[in-house]
Write a protein that binds this ligand. Structure first.
Ligand code: FES
Ligand SMILES: [Fe+2]
Length: 352
């Protein structure tokens, strides 16, 4: 079978503007449904069937198109200036040996993309929102109050969510990779079933469609032999009835309802659980300012050919005796957790 060429072209036909979402897919390209103009994947106009045979109209016009790249069932497009096109970001998690991935069905959230990403550095909401009666997808282990911490990493930042069960310490690490990627480990697996170290269950991009609409896309992942999720997850879109959403709200309801889709920072009262949000906002603000002054951003996403190390992981450390006091034990498990992340930054993950 001939390789399929993928293209992304401007939505509206240059003839009289019909949407090419109704176009007919042909071996050479996409044909407008209205009068049959045919477009190649690179935006060239191949046919204008109603015109005289000696018409040069199709040579005079060119339709807009964007470069695309396909990876594991998703198509990524670059829509910026041609001379600034970055390489496709080769996150280590996109090709993890021993893991399988499936694309997450895309969903549009009616809110600003930043508040979707802020949620990714807000582990404090698991213990409340995701363990409400009737909520699905999070095992009971999440009901235990954890220790929270955040660290900058070479890829961006992580939150570290750490819990003790007897002599086991469960360190759960999620990545934020600026500007719009996050990764997190399994929510639906009990602690006792977790490996000593495992990599993220999800890698998600938040794609801003405009200031108040964001498309979430990405991958679900699981070790070979285990089931890979292929759903959007409980409360991850607006498809449930309003009544059900009010009774058992999910992430979608919590985030989209923040000031009707656009957070108003001046009306917030940030608390100790929001240290990750503050770190993330300052990271985004720094990058926006640097971009505004034309400064080159120092991001691993911009280094060509490099596999980008990321840090999201579940790590279960055994044989950790309880420290003498509650406060001493909190300090102990936080230290174990920070050391786990520092060790991964310094030495990477053990092979296999
Ligand atoms: S509007 Fe597309 S061919 Fe006429
Ligand atoms: Fe959540």
């Amino acid at each position: 079978m001939a390789a399929v060429e993928i293209g992304l072209i401007e939505l509206h036909c240059p003839h009289r503007g019909t949407s090419l979402e109704f176009g007919l897919i042909e071996s050479e390209g996409l044909r407008c449904c209205y009068h049959g103009w045919l477009f190649g994947c690179n935006g060239s106009i191949l046919e204008t069937p109603g015109e005289p045979t000696d018409s040069t109209l199709k040579e005079k016009l060119f339709h807009g198109a964007y470069p695309v790249c396909e990876h594991a069932g998703l198509v990524f497009a670059y829509m910026g200036p041609p001379d600034k096109q970055p390489p496709f970001p080769k996150l280590d998690t996109l090709t993890l040996p021993g893991y399988q991935t499936v694309p997450r069905p895309p969903s549009v959230w009616e809110c600003n993309w930043v508040q979707v990403k802020e949620n990714a550095m807000d582990p404090a909401h698991f213990q409340f929102l995701h363990t409400l009666p009737g909520s699905e997808g999070f095992v009971d282990d999440f009901k235990t109050k954890p220790e929270w911490d955040w660290m900058e990493t070479p890829a961006g930042m992580v939150y570290i969510d750490t819990r003790r069960q007897d002599d086991l310490v469960w360190v759960r690490v999620a990545d934020f990779i600026p500007p719009n990627i996050h990764q997190f480990t399994a929510n639906d697996e009990v602690l006792m079933a977790r490996n000593s170290i495992s990599r993220p269950q999800a890698t998600f991009w938040a794609v801003p469609l405009d200031d108040r609409n964001t498309m979430q896309i990405g991958y679900w992942r699981a070790p070979e032999g285990k089931r890979v999720r292929n759903d959007v997850g409980f409360g991850q879109d607006g498809s449930r009835s309003y009544d059900k959403r009010q009774r058992v709200p999910g992430d979608y309801d919590a985030q989209v309802s923040i000031h009707n889709g656009m957070a108003r920072h001046g009306l917030e009262h940030l608390a100790t659980t929001d240290r990750g949000i503050i770190m993330m906002r300052s990271m985004i603000r720094r990058a926006i300012r640097a971009n505004g002054t034309g400064e080159e951003l120092d991001s691993p996403l911009l280094r060509d050919g490099e596999i980008i190390a990321t840090y999201s992981q579940d790590r279960v450390v055994s044989g950790i005796a309880q420290a003498g006091t509650h406060e001493a034990d909190r300090r102990l498990i936080r230290e174990i957790a920070r050391n786990a992340v520092s060790e991964t930054v310094a030495r990477g993950f053990p092979a296999g």
